[in-house]
Design a protein around this ligand. Sequence first.
Ligand code: SF4
Length: 378
Amino acid sequence: MGHLYLHVPFCARRCSYCDFSIAVRKRVPAGEYVAAINSELSTLVARGVVASGDVLDTLYLGGGTPSLLPADALTSLLTSLLDAFPSTPSLDAVDVTLEANPEDVTLEHAIAWRRAGVNRVSLGAQSFDDRVLRWMHRSHDAARIGDAVGNLRRAGIANVSLDLIFALPAELGRDWARDLDLALALEPSHLSLYGLTVEQRTPLARWISRGAATAPDDERYAAEYLQAHLRLTTCGYRFYEVSNAARDGCRSRHNMAYWSGRPYLGLGPAAHSFDGGARRWNLAAWEAYRRAVAAGRSPVESEEALSDEQRELERVYLSLRTDEGLHLTAPYRLLPSLTVWAERGWVEVRGERVVCTPEGWLRLDALVSDLTGRHATA
Ligand code: SF4
């Protein structure tokens, strides 16, 4: 099991578009959190889910807002994780990513994170427009993003990814080209671009239902997505996945493991795991997870064994998300859809593989459904 995900559920407040499983806390219960993770991990070691020969390749701390964890809690966590994988020589050999919000990235924190073993930070920038950031209920302003990148570099963390959100409602007047320029000026090694989606029970959904905001629009989504492709590609980034672009050598090793269908282990509330044949997921609410672990009960909420058909559907979907594309084995090779899609410029057939173009990535679900006769749910 070389890929480990740790879900840190705490946030200072809820962003207007977010429906993730989070616990809004003024003060992060760091001691309880570290104890719960250590307890879940020990059980998995005792059951042989984590074997002494397993070598950790990637470790991803996502959330929530992992950067809210105090430095000593983070250090203690990473030390126990490394202890649970005794065949891993050191954290220097592991791709250790921390998701961070810009307001948490002081120089002092960045130095402590680097000392703890973090060597990659994914920064939730979202926009460089203060008005837009306030609308999103983000806790940072635009100036904090540049400060954060500077502090990370001074602390020795050069591998920095920026998250940006596009396809915002037209009435915000968000200048996407300007945001891309300002992001590129910081020279991140990696960028993740996500189109705004409206999730139930979020402030955004309520604003839309009472007419205070307009719903995201497909045309704007497509135009901004293609604009970003052109801009980033011109600047030397390669889109290696539908939402992710990187400079050479800077792809996210952790996310590549997901997209290649490799097994991974998730710890913490709402974390998912996959052992190659079955997927399981933990209780999503922090308190329910904490109580289960404290009482010595399994925090797993449910699991499903994937049928051959589900695994094939997932393989097709995940392959087409990346620039590796799908290996054209039977029964896909002769499907008329592929010819039509290639004629329209939505896919390219390269030898034995079919790879989506940016136009094709905009239609990924439809292509998967055309190829397999099923709707992708992965
Ligand atoms: S910081 Fe991230 S996880 Fe927390 S509320 Fe905002 S979008 Fe959701």
